[in-house]
Design a protein around this ligand. Sequence first.
Ligand SMILES: NC(=O)c1ccc[n+]([C@@H]2O[C@H](COP(=O)([O-])OP(=O)(O)OC[C@H]3O[C@@H](n4cnc5c(N)ncnc54)[C@H](O)[C@@H]3O)[C@@H](O)[C@H]2O)c1
Length: 326
Amino acid sequence: MSKILITGGAGFIGSNLVDYFLERGHEVVCLDNLATGFEHNIAHNFGNRRFRFLKGDIRDLSTCREAVKGCDVLSHQAALGSVPRSIKDPITSNDVNIGGFVNMLVAARDEEIQRFVYAASSSTYGDSQKLPKLEDEIGKPLSPYAITKYVNELYADVFSKSYGMQCIGLRYFNVFGRRQDPNGAYAAVIPLWVKQLMEYKRPVINGDGSYSRDFTYIENVIQANDKALFTPAEKISDASRFAEVFNIAYGGNTNLIQLFEALRENLAKYDEKIAGIDPLFGPVRAGDIPHSQASIEKAKRLLDYQPKYDARQGFAEAAEWYFQHL
Ligand SMILES: NC(=O)c1ccc[n+]([C@@H]2O[C@H](COP(=O)([O-])OP(=O)(O)OC[C@H]3O[C@@H](n4cnc5c(N)ncnc54)[C@H](O)[C@@H]3O)[C@@H](O)[C@H]2O)c1
């Protein structure tokens, strides 16, 4: 069993990772400042002696050092998500997502952490229109957020070369599932629409609904983190030091009309009034690319990543969860 630091562990993805690794008998330290995460996402673990919650900020190096002390591996999820947030306030996104990232790298290096896994992003593909997305073919970033996530990859590469670290970036594609926050100005499309449908409001589809995404259910992301943390180094690289990035997705595509219909259909199982709600249509959002779909061949080949949940199964599970918890 390992001692794992999960930064951002009170957030959507992080708290799911906390539960998963505790259930498997590992020791887990969670570092989070609750900027966009919630204590109630982890409170059920407070009595567990293998769990420690450190409320603190990754922008503070001494906090990062304290969190990483005695850990074997690290899953770095803490960041300020959301493209619009970064456009509104690029300085804070930069400070947290780049400054905080470098702090974590330095703390991990000095603690001789075996492996540094971190949340990268499909936003790194930027304005590239090529499909499916292959790890080596990226375009120009379209937002401050995308820059921060790409700079993370560059830093991971340099830290691996300079200090012999093993770094793995997981480029998540539109992750969704239980605990993703439906509230606030920067809510992601799935929890936002679910909440609106449950309140009998009409969600707005930006554009004509033909834009598509590779929606990725949380269970697949959990599996990817497990594989990235624990796959033996020799299966990933010839060298003992490396920095790799992997697309983490299902490898499918769902357009916004299909997404809306799937969410409506699943929620209508619990409340038939929802079946009668139609969407509204609004303007395309600036900077949105029409389509995004991942090639997941690299993660399959080197990490033995085998996503078990397609988007449809995920929508059904997520709808059920929101229905019980909202
Ligand atoms: N959800 C997605 O579709 C998606 C896609 C690509 C990448 N990502 C990345 O995955 C990671 C997790 O995202 P999420 O969707 O779970 O978002 P989230 O907002 O739910 O989780 C992020 C967590 O980081 C914490 N955090 C933020 N700033 C911090 C700071 N300065 N110090 C300590 N903790 C801090 C927040 O409080 C929150 O708990 C992020 O790095 C995000 O950029 C997510």
